[in-house]
Write a protein that binds this ligand. Structure first.
Ligand code: NIG
Ligand code: FE
Length: 432
């Protein structure tokens, strides 16, 4: 007698489970090569969680369900996990993109009061409800590209009130959108103009007033540790104070100039060290011997037109736990597409397609401490799926420039279809 479940997804041309590796923990080295691909695969779902995966004929014999969705012609991945994003902003910055296209440098634009500070001015001027509405729109963009869980930072408020406003707007937006999220306070993203000449006083403000005020609004604390922004000792003071309050830690580390950011992230026990375009050999060693996930953001280097991609091959060879993310933000990387990041990672970071898929699923989930629930299709995890309009998983990264995502499933429920006429049984009645 077949066991009753809520829903069956059947006849996936290929089902990429990542279930031939351990369910929990970031994968390293050769552990990033196994994808656990099942041909003509199926997923059985109950109460939003995966009951079983396997070949369709075996799953269809063992389980029955009132609802069955035929995914023939599609590749199915675990819902993608974007472990580094800045979605709480008020306005786009295409004028700066034009300046960069004409040869201007990102840090020079920032030093002249553009960049993060121009986003700060726009955000401060926008009422909280409107900021929440814009953030909600930004969050739907992730689901459109097959992402079902994100990390999301504040960091364009840069005052006590505006950082609180940002995180409250983020919370309101997350309540509207079926995305899992880890919320990060990034008050140390830049020095606001009112503290330009008394930088340590801003660090004191972050530590003494902002961190306690956002304790319930954010899970983690991040710092932009970069020469000209937060120096090593200022970054360390903030991170240690955040740790003492129970925040998880993240570091924008060694993005543009080397500064020992990776070493600092490992030393303070950060969940992730991010960017790492200019990581040193000592930084690679420090991360390789730590649980800190190295989050690479090649879309940013590409979009800024910088020459220094992170040395991904050396980091992988050293045994670093490598994840990939978009860095979605209005300045340095304006995309929510992990499929596009996959192409850039394959070609500019020389990562294999298997490593890339691992880096944006289970390893990204580990960087968010969501690996017990997400990042692979092991039984017991949430049934979050990214359904691709591709003939094979091998075309992920290869097919670029369009959006290969046909359907996004969260907790076993289709939440967004990019091809309106498909799956009418779910979307005509307002969803399953
Ligand atoms: O991760 N590097 C610092 N922060 C963001 C960019 C922020 C912006 O330009 O608005 C980043 O690239
Ligand atoms: Fe960033």
């Amino acid at each position: 007698m077949a066991e009753l479940v809520d829903r069956l997804f059947v006849h996936c041309t290929e089902l990429v489970t990542l279930a031939d590796g351990p369910p929990v923990g970031a994968r390293r080295g050769a552990g990033m090569q196994g994808l656990g691909v099942v041909a003509d695969g199926a997923v059985a779902v109950r109460d939003g969680s995966i009951v079983a995966t396997g070949p369709t004929d075996a799953i269809a014999r063992a389980y029955r369900a009132a609802e069955e969705l035929d995914l023939s012609g599609h590749v199915v991945l675990p819902g993608l996990v974007d472990c580094h994003t800045h979605p709480v902003f008020a306005a786009t910055r295409e004028a700066e993109f034009h300046q960069r296209c004409a040869g201007a440098d990102y840090m020079a634009i920032a030093a002249a009061g553009g960049g993060i500070l121009s986003s700060m001015r726009a955000l401060r001027a926008l009422p909280e409800a409107e900021l929440a509405a814009r953030t909600t729109q930004h969050l739907w963009g992730f689901l459109q590209h097959g992402t079902t869980a994100i990390e999301a930072k504040s960091g364009y408020g840069l005052s006590l009130d505006d950082e609180v406003k940002s995180l409250r707007a983020l919370g309101a937006a997350l309540a509207e959108v079926p995305l899992a999220a880890r919320r990060t306070f990034l008050g140390a993203h830049e020095f606001p103009p009112e503290y330009r000449d008394r930088r340590d006083a801003y660090v004191d403000l972050v530590i003494q007033q902002m961190l306690p005020a956002v304790r319930e609004l954010a899970d983690d604390c991040d710092v932009f540790a970069e020469p000209g922004v937060f120096d090593r000792s200022q970054s360390e003071r903030i991170l240690r104070a955040a740790k003492a309050l129970g925040f998880g830690l993240r570091v924008h580390a060694d993005e543009i100039q080397p500064m020992g950011g990776a070493e600092l992230a490992a030393a303070v026990g950060a969940l992730s060290a991010d960017h790492l375009g200019r990581i040193s050999d000592a930084g690679i060693e420090a991360l390789a011997h730590s649980d800190t996930v190295a989050v690479l953001l090649p879309g940013t280097i590409f979009f800024l037109g910088k020459p220094h991609h992170a040395p991904a091959r050396r980091m992988l060879a050293a045994g670093c736990a490598v994840a990939l993310a978009t860095d979605f933000n209005p300045g340095s990387c304006f995309t929510q597409s992990l499929p596009l990041i996959a192409t850039i990672a394959c070609r500019q970071l020389q990562m294999t397609p298997e490593e890339v898929l691992t880096a944006m699923t289970i390893n990204a989930a580990a960087a968010l401490r969501m690996d017990h629930e997400r990042g692979s299709l092991h039984p017991g995890k949430r049934a979050d799926l990214c359904v691709l309009d591709l003939p094979s998983w091998r075309a992920f990264g290869y097919a670029f420039g369009g959006n290969p995502v046909a359907l996004t499933v969260v907790g076993g429920r289709p939440v967004l279809a990019n091809v309106a006429e498909r799956w009418p049984e779910f979307f005509s009645s307002g969803g399953g």
